[in-house]
Write a protein that binds this ligand. Structure first.
Ligand code: DON
Length: 309
């Protein structure tokens, strides 16, 4: 698709020239090392083509984008029982907020804020050693991307563990409300490591293809989740995937998306494509600043908003 190639190329050139790039995440020391000048984008079309521009093959820390994969696995394991322990409403609060958790008796608003994702990880730990649960998550992602080279960046995980006081506070809180079956140390150990998985835009776009194709890999036809479950994951991405910036992302970009503090965003155009974009500088909500700008331009140019007729 020559047109898409040109659109991505010009997007990457424009984004590289911008000077107002947001601030790299500072609260996880290892993430401060990211170069704010980087920009990459990859679009995996349902017809099999992958179109990229910029630093699309450079691995970065996927952070909260990993919550798409852990949610998918947890739903596969316990199904709708998950919703007894985690809500499905946007939080309207930052991703690491603690106030709501007290008011709502240790039940996190949704599976994408940190507290909700720790409960999801706790579900994946049931009956497993942390190493096995983590292996299951990593192998699932490698399988989805069809790429065994995807790894966990242990330095990032250790760096977050050493400074993750807020997440320990959230996990301890939930344990006090009996909404964590394992010791906070164990659940967070797995959580920090799955957030520390490193992937490129190309690998991320490929690994989320199933969400753009009713739960199936569009190339192999292999079913990952049912069509209904894929739709529900997309609904959660649209309403909760950018925390207290979710409304603005839906307003500007118009597709379900999931961000991470490493500066990545995955966006899904149902029936058409999965997209991954990366630029490490973040906006005030902790979402990639130029990543959001680029996705807004892309969906507008291609008429890919899910609200388009
Ligand atoms: O728990 C944390 O704070 C990080 N491991 C993940 C947060 C994150 O990516 C929020 N995304 N925008």
């Amino acid at each position: 698709m020559a047109e898409l190639e040109e659109v991505l190329q010009s997007l990457a050139e424009d984004m590289s020239a911008r000077t107002d790039r947001g601030a790299v995440a500072g609260y996880i020391p290892q993430l401060r090392k990211a170069d704010p000048q980087r920009f990459g984008i990859a679009v995996a079309l349902n017809d099999g083509r992958v179109v990229t521009a910029g630093d699309a093959d450079e691995p970065f820390s996927i952070q909260s984008i990993s919550k798409i994969f852990t949610l998918t696995l947890a739903l596969g394991k316990v199904g709708d029982a998950l919703w007894r322990r985690v809500g499905r409403e946007p939080s309207g609060n930052p991703f690491n907020s603690i106030v709501q958790l007290e008011r709502e008796m240790g039940i996190p608003r949704n599976p994408f804020i940190n507290a909700g994702a720790v409960v999801v990880t706790d579900v994946l730990l049931a009956g497993h050693q942390p190493r096995e649960a983590l292996g299951e998550i990593l192998r699932f992602i490698q399988f989805l991307a069809d790429d065994d080279s995807i790894i966990i960046d242990r330095d990032v995980a250790a760096s977050e563990r050493a400074t993750g006081y807020r997440n320990f506070a959230l996990a301890n809180y939930m344990r006090a409300f009996d909404n964590l079956e394992h010791e906070p140390e164990l659940a967070l150990g797995v959580y920090f490591h799955h957030c520390a998985i490193a992937m490129s835009c190309r690998q991320l776009a490929l690994s989320t293809r199933f969400l753009a194709h009713e739960g199936r890999n569009p190339q192999t036809g292999h079913s990952v989740v049912s069509a209904e479950r894929a739709r529900r994951i997309l609904a959660l991405m649209l309403t909760c995937g950018h925390y207290d910036g979710s409304g603005d992302f839906a307003f500007r970009v118009g597709i379900p998306g999931k961000s991470g503090v490493g500066g990545g965003i995955v966006g899904i155009v149902p029936g058409i494509a999965s997209i991954a974009v990366w630029s490490p500088g973040l906006n005030e909500n902790g979402n990639s600043k130029l990543g959001s700008v680029a996705l807004e331009r892309l969906t507008r140019t291609m008429n890919w908003s899910i609200f388009a007729p």
